[in-house]
Each structure stands twice: as C-alpha cells, then as structure tokens.
Ligand binder design. Structure first.
Ligand code: MN
Length: 252
C-alpha cells in the first residue's frame, strides 16, 4: 500500500497544504501531520525542551504544536499506519529557490524525510501574492504519480518550485540547479512607543545571478523547476587546503 505523509511549514490550515493533500489523495493513503501555526523560515529546528501535543483535526489530519521537522519525525515514528512510501511538504506559499532552501521549513521537512530514508518532495508556489493553489496541486499530483511509478531511491530529496500560472499555461518541467540569490537583506531600525529601538530583518525582493540552468530561470520562464538536493556538506577542496596548512594547537 502506498502511504504518503504530507506536511508543511505554513500551518495545518494553509490553502497550499489542503490543495496538496486533496490532489494526491487518489494516489495513496494520505496522512496529514502539520504544525498548528505558521512555521515558515524555521529551517530544520527540532522541539526538544518541551513536550509536543498532537490534536486530531479530522480523520487522517493531525496538528502538532511544533515545527515541520517535529511533524515528520512524529509522522514517520508512529503516527502513520506503516512507514510512509513518500513524504511531501507544501505547497508553500512563496518560492524556495537557491540559497533560500537553507532557511525553509518546507524544504527542511522534506530533507528530514530523506534523512530517515524515505523519498521526499518539497513543493513551493513561486509567488507571495494571494494565489490559487489548485494548478500547483495538479502539478504536484502529476509529479507524485509519475515518480511513484518510476520509483525513487531511498533518501532522495526533491525541491520543486511551481510558477503561479494556470495549469494549461505551465510550459513543462525542467530539472534545474539551485540558483544564487543576490542578498539585499537590510536591518531596519525603528523606535517603539516606549522609545526603545527595535529591529526588523527586511529588504527588497530577492534578485538572482543570471544562470540558465537555475531553478529561478526555469520558474521565471513558466516551467516547474525540480532540483534534487544532497546533504553532503563537507567541503573537500578545503580539506586539502587545511591539511596542507598543517593545523596545530601546540607550538612546534
Ligand atoms: Mn512557508
């Protein structure tokens, strides 16, 4: 039996999660287990210093007062009838491309599934404007159906970004690499009603380095971008450089 665990970082009531769950329900037994509130940009955080509470929202739909990563751990270890065949996360309201995958709770949930040996897919709709998630749901269902048929290696983690277009206008799928964001983050300083300073991380909308093979390029040209992610973080070039440097803590 195909068992699919669905989660997100926008919270259990988000339109994107409902669109995803509804779209993939014909493909297997779907359990939704998601944060009880918005958890965007929580990345891979785990709740370790307080208990977690789970609330049944409806049959097969559970909310957790924790992070997306907590949800995947709970879903895989006990709150799913059998180990899931697939973990899906999203559909996030907003893109998760390039370096942003490191901040994303949506992508973190999928990577947690991958760490646990389960093929996982993160879906994001590439707009911050109010959006209809139905076309992105159709895209997600089409990809999930195809990938379940073809089979995914254990530990595969796919990051999927979908352009905000009607389904018929989406031009197709491109396998793409992560683009490089041009950071324009700024810290905005303001004064509160009691005269104390506070700070807000803000900045202009992101721009990207030109790169025709990137996720950003695919999405801005009307394609769904599929980026396989790996979590080999060691910098092997730097290993050689540091070894050559002869690091020591004792005077020679
Ligand atoms: Mn989000």
């Amino acid at each position: 039996m195909t068992v699919i665990l669905a989660t997100n970082d926008d919270g259990i009531h988000a339109d994107g999660l409902r669109a995803l769950a509804d779209a993939i329900r014909p493909l297997g037994e779907v359990t939704v287990i998601a944060p009880d509130r918005e958890q965007s940009a929580t990345s891979h955080s785990l709740t370790l210093h307080r208990p977690l509470r789970i609330r049944k929202v409806a049959e097969g739909i559970l909310s957790v007062d924790g992070t997306p990563t907590d949800c995947v751990l709970l879903g895989v270890h006990g709150f799913s009838k059998q180990p899931p065949t697939l973990v899906v996360s999203g559909i996030n309201h907003g893109p998760n491309m390039g370096n942003d995958v490191l901040y994303s709770g949506t992508v973190a949930a999928a990577s947690e599934g991958a760490f646990l040996g389960i093929p996982s897919i993160a879906f994001s709709l590439a707009t911050w404007e109010p959006a209809d998630f139905a076309p992105a749901g159709q895209v997600a269902a089409a990809l999930v159906r195809l990938l379940l048929t073809r089979g995914l290696r254990p530990g595969t983690c796919l990051n999927v970004n979908i352009p905000p277009l009607p389904f018929a206008e989406i031009r197709g799928v491109r396998v793409a690499r992560l683009g490089k964001r041009v950071f324009r983050d700024v810290i905005v300083e303001k004064t509160d009603p009691r005269g104390k300073s506070y700070y807000w991380i803000g900045g202009e909308n992101p721009t990207w380095e030109p790169d025709e093979a990137s996720d950003f390029h695919a999405v801005s040209n009307g394609y769904v971008a599929v980026t396989p992610l790996s979590f080999e973080l060691t910098d092997y070039k730097a290993i050689v450089e540091l070894e050559t440097m002869g690091l020591t803590i004792h005077d020679s």
